[in-house]
Design a protein around this ligand. Structure first.
Ligand code: FNR
Length: 218
């Protein structure tokens, strides 16, 4: 399997959008996180259940600001160059808790999703694997300026899709997912290098002293 190496570590936040202990999306998120780490990039994993996020309420926001759980989630997204969401599909759309979390986080300034790279995956016991939910999930993220990776991965029949060790049972699906994660990381890395080049150009034009390489990262 061809998979790129990202030794100068990219940080990727991998979020399961499920609240359930036995979640198939959390299991898929764990597979993605291991694939990220295998390339030399660094994954950080969490589930929505790790963040205490109430339903969005404009009055509460006006009086008390963002809840701590929202701030914690926002910080995880901001600290990464890219993020992955493994989202359950409910009634042919994304899970409401996922949309609610996006709505809250989108209220931060600067708006954390802008120009952030996103990869969307889903798992479901159904034959569609939650894919319709991912198309719905693209809408708010793209509207917020996230760079949503063109390819998406949906694991159908997910209740029988994992080995006891937590890997994908089907080698072909695993290869496809691995290739997709590699392509996503390549896109994130290319953007990081482009921004670094822009920064260097600014420095040369302004006569500032040279920036450390990491200043070009987002
Ligand atoms: C579902 N489920 C579901 N699955 C699917 O592929 N398409 C769908 O439209 C729906 N709709 C739906 C609605 C509601 C209210 C529930 C509770 C469930 C099934 C769902 O994908 C399944 O329960 C997954 O196991 C949920 O993901 P986690 O929690 O296992 O990650």
């Amino acid at each position: 399997m061809a998979i790129s190496s990202h030794a100068d570590s990219l940080r990727v936040f991998v979020l399961s959008g499920s609240q359930r202990a036995g979640s198939v999306n959390s299991r898929l998120a764990a597979v993605v996180a291991r694939l990220v780490d295998r390339t030399g990039a660094t994954s950080e994993s969490a589930g929505l259940r790790d963040f205490d996020i109430p339903p969005y309420d404009g009055d509460s926001e006006a009086q008390r600001g963002q809840p701590r759980g929202v701030v914690a989630l926002r910080d995880r997204i901001e600290a990464a160059q890219g993020f992955v969401i493994a989202s359950p599909e409910y009634n042919a759309s994304m899970a409401g808790a996922v949309k609610n979390a996006i709505d809250w986080v989108s209220r931060s300034r600067p708006q954390p999703f802008r120009d952030k790279h996103a990869l969307l995956v889903s798992a479901s016991p159904s034959a569609v694997g939650g894919n319709r939910g991912l198309w719905a999930l693209r809408v708010p993220l793209e509207s917020l300026g996230a760079r949503v990776h063109p390819d998406m991965f949906s694991l159908a029949h997910a209740h029988e899709g994992f080995t006891d060790a937590g890997d994908l049972a089907d080698p072909g699906r695993y290869e496809r997912l691995a290739g997709m994660v590699g392509g996503f990381l390549d896109a994130v890395e290319a953007d990081r290098r482009y921004r670094l080049t822009l920064r260097w150009n600014e420095v040369f034009e302004s006569g500032e002293s040279a920036p450390a390489a990491r200043q070009g990262r987002r």
